[in-house]
Design a protein around this ligand. Sequence first.
Ligand SMILES: [Zn+2]
Length: 57
Amino acid sequence: MFGTKEQCSVCQKEIQPNEEVWTRMKYPSKRGMTEIKAFLHQEAQFVCMDCFEKTKK
Ligand SMILES: [Zn+2]
């Protein structure tokens, strides 16, 4: 995603292309979709579904 390798923020597993992930992020203080991509890259933490299932319980 976004041209760089992203990792699960819990287990550090590399997120595979088309893998379903949970994204935890702060909502942008400025609104505007043009900034979302840059914002995601800086602020988003990806959690793989395995870890998400664990944290849910
Ligand atoms: Zn994980």
